[in-house]
Design a protein around this ligand. Sequence first.
Ligand code: CU
Length: 146
Amino acid sequence: MRNLANALLMGATAFVLSTGMAFAGDVEVSDARVRLLPGDIPGAGYFHLHNGSDETIKLVGAHSDAYGKVEIHQSMEKDGMMHMHAVPAIEIKAGESFELAPSGYHLMLMQRSVPLELGDDVEVTLEFEGHDPLPVTFDVVSPADM
Ligand SMILES: [Cu+2]
């Protein structure tokens, strides 16, 4: 009887975990790439994110073993000059897509801690409010390829 109760409990726990937190099957990231710049110049991460879930999701940050610091940035043109600033989060409504692309939103990848070359892969984990983090493999590309 006790074993049965344990088995039921474990089953229930697994059920909660599989429906409450993870959304890897619903949230899709594609075309993930990092624009590599020389030396200590921060890299910019771009990707396409599709929210196929039935709720609004909120990208609140990212981290990577290859970088000391990662922020969400937005580029804007002001008085003929490009400026960028950190933004706390990006919201994507159910069924909608969002593009992080040159001259717009990007991940600013700072304090690179490992050598990277064009053609390498680099793992960056996206952080969402209230959900499991989502590891994404980015291609390391040249600014000329953007
Ligand atoms: Cu930036």
